[in-house]
Design a binder for this molecule. Structure first.
Ligand SMILES: [Zn+2]
Length: 92
């Protein structure tokens, strides 16, 4: 997912991540909330295929449509933590 540079006349430039199909012409300045125009710059892409990029893409891809499960995972109780102190917590 590329990031784009926006320029606020009062505060200067800042970067925002957007999907290529959804990049707006203006964005609210994080400092003064005034609309800042997108600057025309060379595109900057993250290293595609890295774990961080896949996590960011998966998170952004399900932000408006989270995965819904209809049942708990198979196998009954699943261990979701390795901290031995969590075993002392009460279980439902
Ligand atoms: Zn500003």
């Amino acid at each position: 997912m590329p990031y784009y540079e926006f320029n606020c006349r009062a505060c200067g430039s800042f970067d925002r991540f957007h999907r290529m199909a959804e990049v707006p012409g203006t964005a609210a300045c994080p400092d003064c909330a005034a609309p800042a125009r997108r600057r025309v710059t060379a595109g900057a892409l993250l290293h595609t295929g890295s774990t961080a990029t896949r996590l960011l893409d998966a998170t952004a891809g399900t932000a408006d449509r989270p995965a819904v499960v209809s049942a708990p995972p198979a196998g009954g109780h699943t261990r979701i933590t390795r901290n031995p102190l969590h075993a002392k917590l009460p279980h439902p």
